[in-house]
Design a protein around this ligand. Structure first.
Ligand code: FDP
Length: 314
């Protein structure tokens, strides 16, 4: 059977997918602007000097660290998009007002280059984005209207959800994002665990959780990059990532606004769960833009086991 031009799975690009999903025009625009920005970010990662901020390159020009550069690229796109009210970036950590109008606009929290320390050793990194309607950024993650990430690995992939499933796109040789997986779903329990934080700082509940996962035969898969680690769990449809509360770090490490909320939204959309160990990540009311929280995220049954052990053992 010959398919109608542009109708095959491989030719559905991001904009068309958003349009066919019936997404709001401005939200479509916002997501596409972020996708455009990522093309410049991936280019900088592939070709840029691995400079340290404040040093100069061969030509005596100021060099920017990749995370600073990625932040500028994304910020500029969002600034000129015409649909953003406020934005906040992990890189600068303060809310930047772009428009005084809230109606019909979106506010965006992003981590422009998560795991940037891994670039030096050529491991995968990513951009993470949370999108809210209106002006408010300090609100529970359940109010997100969309979340997405871009993974800069051997391939560049983009994963988004607007509350209607989780969809993956891969960047082709023309730097266009074309649909590779639609409606990604997760199984109830998994065979992978990704444990962040030093084990000798684990509390009894987390210690027991990890032992039980090991006894069940789960394989350890931890890259040190939040985006590739979550992507592996999401795309394989199985597994549990944890960055728990630690002795000396009761809030763990990962940031609620830039990292946990968008990933929790995506994982829940795919049928998984995300918890602090005591409650749903998406129900957290952030008090500050740099709030952190412990996290257990992945397959529903694995997260339920984590909650049971953290509740009883701490
Ligand atoms: P990084 O410090 O390299 O930027 O929050 C950032 C993050 O990486 C995550 O991407 C990653 O999951 C986590 O920290 C890794 O932390 P550890 O080095 O403590 O494992």
């Amino acid at each position: 059977m010959t398919s109608e031009p542009g109708k095959t799975k491989f030719q559905i690009d991001l904009r068309r997918h958003l349009r066919e999903n019936g997404e709001d025009r401005d939200l479509t625009r916002l997501i596409c602007e972020i996708a455009e920005a990522s093309k410049y970010i991936v280019n900088s990662i592939r070709t840029g000097d691995l400079g340290v901020a404040g040093t100069s390159n061969l030509y005596g020009e100021q060099q920017l660290a990749l995370d600073v550069l990625s932040d500028r690229i994304l910020r500029k796109r969002l600034y000129h998009s015409g649909v953003v009210a406020n934005l906040v970036s992990e890189e600068t950590n303060d809310i930047v007002p772009i428009s005084t109008e809230c109606e019909g606009r979106y506010s965006v929290a992003f981590d422009p280059l998560d795991g940037s320390s891994l670039v030096d050793v050529n491991l995968a990194v990513g951009t993470i984005v949370a999108i809210y309607e209106g002006c408010e950024l300090l609100q529970p993650g359940r109010n997100q209207v969309a979340a997405m990430y871009i993974l800069y690995g051997p391939r560049t992939t983009l994963v988004y959800s607007t509350g209607r499933g989780v969809h993956e796109f891969a960047m082709n040789s023309l730097m266009e994002y074309t649909l590779t997986r639609e409606n990604v779903t997760m199984q109830a329990a998994g065979g992978i665990y990704s444990p962040g934080g030093q084990r000798n700082k684990y509390t009894p509940g987390t210690e027991k959780l990890v032992s039980q996962l090991e006894e069940k035969g789960c394989k350890l898969r931890y890259s040190g990059g939040f985006v590739p680690d979550i992507n592996q769990i999401l795309m394989k449809g199985k597994g549990l990532f944890l960055y728990p509360h630690l002795h000396g770090a009761p809030k763990g490490k990962l940031r609620v606004l830039y990292e946990l909320n968008p990933m929790a939204y995506l994982i829940e959309q795919a049928g998984g769960a995300a918890s602090t160990g005591l409650g749903r990540i998406l129900d957290l009311q952030p008090e500050a833009i740099d709030d952190r929280s412990p996290v257990f995220i992945g397959c529903k049954e694995d997260v339920a086991l984590a909650e049971e052990l953290i509740r009883t053992l701490g």
